[in-house]
Structures are given as structure tokens and as C-alpha cells.
Design a protein around this ligand. Sequence first.
Ligand SMILES: *[C@@H]1O[C@H](CO)[C@@H](O)[C@H](O)[C@H]1NC(C)=O
Ligand SMILES: *[C@@H]1O[C@H](CO)[C@@H](O)[C@H](O)[C@H]1NC(C)=O
Ligand SMILES: *[C@@H]1O[C@H](CO)[C@@H](O)[C@H](O)[C@H]1NC(C)=O
Length: 424
Amino acid sequence: MAPLKVLPLFYLVACAVALPKIPLSKRNDILAAMKRDGVLGHIDRLKLQMAKTQSKIQAGISAIEKNTGRVHPAVTGSKGSFNAATNNPAPEKLSPTTSKRATAAEPLTDADEDLWFGTITVGTPAQTFTVDFDTGSSDTFLPAVGCDSTCDGHTLFNTAASTTAVNTTDPFFLQFGAGNATGFVFTDSVTVAGVTARSQAVGASNHYSVEFEADEFPPDGLVGMAFPALSVFGDDPLFTTLVNQGTVAPAFGVRLADTGSELFLGGVDSAKFTGAFRNVSLIEEDFYALNLQALDVNSRTVATANGVTAIVDTGTTLLIGDDQGVEILYSAIPGSKDASAILGPGFFTVPCNSIPTVGITLGNQIFNVAPAIFNLGVLEGNDCVGGVVSSDGIPFWVLGDIFLRNFYTVFDQGNARVGFASPR
Ligand SMILES: *[C@@H]1O[C@H](CO)[C@@H](O)[C@H](O)[C@H]1NC(C)=O
Ligand SMILES: *[C@@H]1O[C@H](CO)[C@@H](O)[C@H](O)[C@H]1NC(C)=O
Ligand SMILES: *[C@@H]1O[C@H](CO)[C@@H](O)[C@H](O)[C@H]1NC(C)=O
């Protein structure tokens, strides 16, 4: 008879110690849409997103200067450079006249955002919101009751209904991507994955620019997961507050994939990876900034880098590099073509029947991007669009989805490093 009594107790305990993890999802995955409908129908969304990444990073660099009084090393004149291992011919330029602009299989969707979101609760009693989790920024903001019509369609944070909400009376203006949000910074309890931060700074917005309106931006708000130096509010990010209040250990794990995406707080979820982590030390603690050492194609080093920084950003879809490095990379891929005339600056194609394995060397270890992930989809004939693109407006390489989908990633703040393991 004893087991019958023990069993319910066991379940009770198992529930009480539920792991601090939440599922993440995308409402409108650009990568899946491109593979389904072809690249051309979604290229404008992708370009808009690149522009957003650029302005987000510029806003972050300004915040670092304001918080630390120091210009970020990646922007003090040099953003590093590459040396090509061999001199390869420049890729042939695709001409727009040879490619008819395919019509989109589906009309352009309004939802331009393509970020990973999950659920948090804020206040006492708890109010529930969906938020993007973004390792490329550090502030938390929500639309609030009293917001003008720009917040229509979102769930609004009712500060007056929360007994723990405190108005700091500090106004904020947050430039995020192409959009911006204004309001006042409150502090309140924020619960994510079952763990609670008390007196967490939350921007309560009374105006969203058009980019954050509900049809453009499906979640309600955003939670920045990077370091305090990157906070525009000048306050501790949510994860820093959780760590400082002793709630979780200073590391979180992220799995980003078509299914089973997850944020795990306080460590890593052993159900989501196999083998050991390969760890890379941070060179800056503002963004998650790493030193990029080399570029590989099919396990052959095609360029070595000097002073190039790469940031790990869950809020960016592509793997974005600088013009010089990206040009060297594609010139080392036989049959690659410069697709700028058709798709816009920075885009290249590779032969669909021999998609290369592109490798990024960080911390003296090569991290490979699987061909199936690198391939954004067919442009025309045997030309498939590559997931590494260039943008000279960004002083870093940005390791977005195209990179992160290959790994289980640990953002290990306590040891000032990021680690990558094989996902399962
Ligand atoms: C927060 O404080 C500011 C400055 O005093 C005030 O203008 C604003 O209305 C307050 N917000 C709310 C929701 O009470
Ligand atoms: C905020 O965003 C809107 C819409 O993009 C833009 O028109 C406006 O100029 C921005 N405000 C500031 C102060 O940059
Ligand atoms: C790499 O980081 C992970 C997670 O923080 C840790 O468990 C592992 O021991 C580290 N490996 C090495 C070789 O330091």
C-alpha cells in the first residue's frame, strides 16, 4: 500500500522543482517562409531586418558609451580585417536582366519581426505578456495602460493594478531596430520560467512607433538578455537581477530550431544537447562579443582575421559580416555569384548542388554551419542564396539564427564565455 501514498508526494515534489525553462517560438519564421515560397518573396523582409539589426547595434554602442564613458573597441577606427589564404577570382556578378523577379507565392506579410518569443509575468497579481528574448540588447519594455492607439492589439501592462509596481519617474526613449518606444521606467516583479526578479526595471511604454504596432510586432514587448553596460535605461537587465538576487546561477542555455526551441535559466538543459561544450571567452561584456579568428569553407581556412569581433545575437536571423570578409568567403566557393544586383548589397549565391560547409573560427575552434541551414533557398536555376551576408554599416560580425541553429548555446556570464554544444 505504501507506494500508493508515496506516488502523489513524488509528483508534488517533481512539480515544485520544475526546471527553470520556457519554450520559445517564432510566429513568422522568415527562413522557413523562404524555403517554402522562394527567396524573392521574402527578401524585403530580410533586408528590413538587416537594417533593424544595424540600428539596434548602433543604439547599443551609444548606450555602452553613455554607461561606461568609453567608446566600444570595435568602433574606434578599426573593425578589423581579413587576409585571404589564396587569391581567388571575385564571384561573377548576377545581372538583374537574366533573372526575372519571381512573384511571391504569398503576399508580403506585415509581420516583419522574426524574433524568438516566450512568456513572462509581471506585477502582483501576475499579468502575462509575450516578449522577445534578445541577447543583442539589455532592456525590458512593455506597452502600458494609457498608451495611445499605437499599442492597440497588444496586452497592456496595468501598473496601477500591480501592488509591487513603482514608478521611478525616469522617462525613457528606446531606439530598437527601426522602431522606438517611449514611456517611464517602472520597477516591478518579473517572473520568467518560474523564477522571479524583484524590483526589475521595466519600461512601461505610452507610445510605440509603427514598427512595434501589433501587426508588425507580434509579441507585446522585449527582454534584453545581454550585460548591464548595454542597457539604455542604465539599469540591470532581467537576467542580471535574477543572478544578483541569488535566484539562478549566472548562465543560461538557448536552443533555437524549427521545433523544441527553449530558454533555460541558471545553466543548461542536458536534454537538449550531447557531448561537451566548446567554450569561447568573451572579449567584451556588453554584447556577447567574441574574437573571430578565421573563415573556413569545407574545412579549409580561406581567410584569417585580425581584430574582428563577432557578437552572438538571438535577435538577428542571418549571419552578418563585413564586406571584405564576406567577399573573400564567397570568392573561395567555386560557382558562387554576387547577387547584389538582384537581391541588394551583400547577398551572394552558391551552387544549389554543392552547398558548402562554412566554418567560423572562434577561440581556436571551428564552428560549422550545416549546408541545409546555410542555404536560404533557390534564387533561380542552380543558384541558391547563402545565409552569410555583408553589411558595412555594422562594426561586428553578427552570429544570428543561421549560426545558432547549429548548436545548443550557453551564455555563461559567470565565466565570461559562450559555449556551443551539439544539439539533440
Ligand atoms: C510616472 O511618472 C511620470 C513622472 O512623474 C508621470 O508623468 C507618469 O504619468 C507616471 N506614470 C504612471 C502610469 O503613473
Ligand atoms: C521613432 O520612430 C518613428 C517611426 O519609425 C520615427 O518617425 C521617429 O522619428 C522616431 N523618433 C525618434 C525620436 O527617433
Ligand atoms: C564549458 O562551459 C560549460 C558550460 O558553462 C561547462 O559546463 C564546461 O565545463 C566548460 N568546458 C570547459 C572545457 O571549460
